[in-house]
Design a protein. Structure first.
Length: 355
């Protein structure tokens, strides 16, 4: 018996389901505002943040604030000068160099200690610094004074650097991004990383510690790290495209983001004044998405093998604590720069004290 094959039934394609929107923890800004750190005032008037527990006699480190310098570009006419240490368009180069010497003196006791900065561009590029690099940076100061772009000429293009050379300070500049300092207690190697959200997504801290292990034999058990002031989760509002970048790289990405609801008392008392005719989901009123870059970089340090006890979070939010810090976001770009610095004290050299 010959069976006639059945004609296959055509099935209409199932309608695609809309992508499920990720859910984030909800919080008010005050819930994640970090405590305001207490700065140390140096004899030269500079106010800077030491790292709690970093009392190794050979280790030099600290985070600058905006207080105690000579700059007049970003303060009121009747206010004291400020410690802008970045070659910005609105400040005088000689003043910035003087501020850097003040910071070096505050941290090391010697204003002549070289401060090595980078030409930062939100990358994950990490370079090693030798004595020849430090000497070249010192010699090029005079050449930069006649350059059309004196703040950038001769600087190495990177966002992190590592050294085992004593008597110099590695520096990264920030005005909202997160500075991360790392030191190897056994090998006496130090590193400084500039971690904005782009550098954090590109794993600059993990890459940098990998370079320390490869080039200097550093072991995670011997490393200590400090995360300095930056725009904290209470203020760092981002778009969903930033979440997508993190979600593509980290399995714990959703733990780094929070939905913040405005605590504006006017909106709370008079909600009818802020109604719009836009369709649901298209109104600007509602929660904003914030990212916690401090926690993101802490997790990278943990992923590198550091113990939680070896990681110090200094605290402070550059955006909402503007009396102490410069903030690019809060000032819409018209602002100075701070520095995170780390270095190795020369063997047998003690800190000089001013009377």
């Amino acid at each position: 018996m010959v069976r006639t094959p059945r004609r296959p039934q055509s099935r209409s394609p199932r309608p695609s389901r809309p992508a499920r929107q990720p859910r984030f923890d909800r919080a008010a800004p005050e819930e994640l505002t970090p405590p305001l750190p207490i700065p140390r005032r140096a004899p030269n008037g500079v106010e800077w943040l030491p790292i709690p527990g970093w009392d190794l006699p050979w280790l030099l480190s600290g985070f600058s604030t905006r207080k105690g310098g000579l700059s007049r570009a970003y303060c009121a006419e009747d206010a004291p000068g400020e410690l802008n240490v970045g070659f910005t368009a609105d400040d005088d180069r000689a003043t910035v160099l003087a501020n850097r010497r003040l910071l070096a003196e505050a941290v090391t006791g010697d204003a002549a200690t070289p401060v090595l900065a980078l030409r930062q561009f939100h990358s994950n590029l990490v370079v090693e610094v030798t004595r020849a690099d430090a000497d070249q940076a010192t010699r090029s100061d005079a050449a930069r004074s006649t350059s059309a772009d004196p703040g950038r000429q001769g600087l190495r293009r990177a966002d992190g650097h590592i050294t085992a050379e004593p008597s110099l300070l590695l520096a990264v500049q920030t005005a909202d991004c997160i500075p991360v300092l790392v030191a190897d207690r056994r090998q006496r190697v130090v590193a400084a990383f500039h971690a904005g959200w782009r550098g954090t997504v590109k794993r600059i801290v993990e890459i940098g510690i990998g370079r320390m292990r490869l080039a200097y034999g550093s072991r995670p058990a011997d490393l200590i790290a400090a995360i300095g002031p930056g725009a904290s989760a209470c203020c760092y509002a981002v778009g969903e495209e930033v979440f997508s970048e993190f979600d593509s790289q980290f399995s714990y990405a959703r733990c780094l983001f929070h939905e913040f609801f405005s605590s504006d008392p006017v909106k709370t008392r008079y909600p009818m004044l802020f109604l719009t005719q836009r369709a649901p989901g298209h109104s600007s009123i509602g929660p904003s998405l914030h990212v916690d870059l401090v926690e993101a970089n802490r997790r990278q340090l943990l992923a590198c093998g550091l113990s939680p006890r070896s990681i110090q979070v200094v605290g402070g939010c550059t955006q909402c604590q503007g009396e102490l810090f410069f903030s690019h976001r809060a000032s819409h770009g018209h602002t100075g720069r701070m520095m995170a610095v780390i270095g190795i004290r020369e063997a047998g050299k003690t800190r000089s004290r001013r009377p």
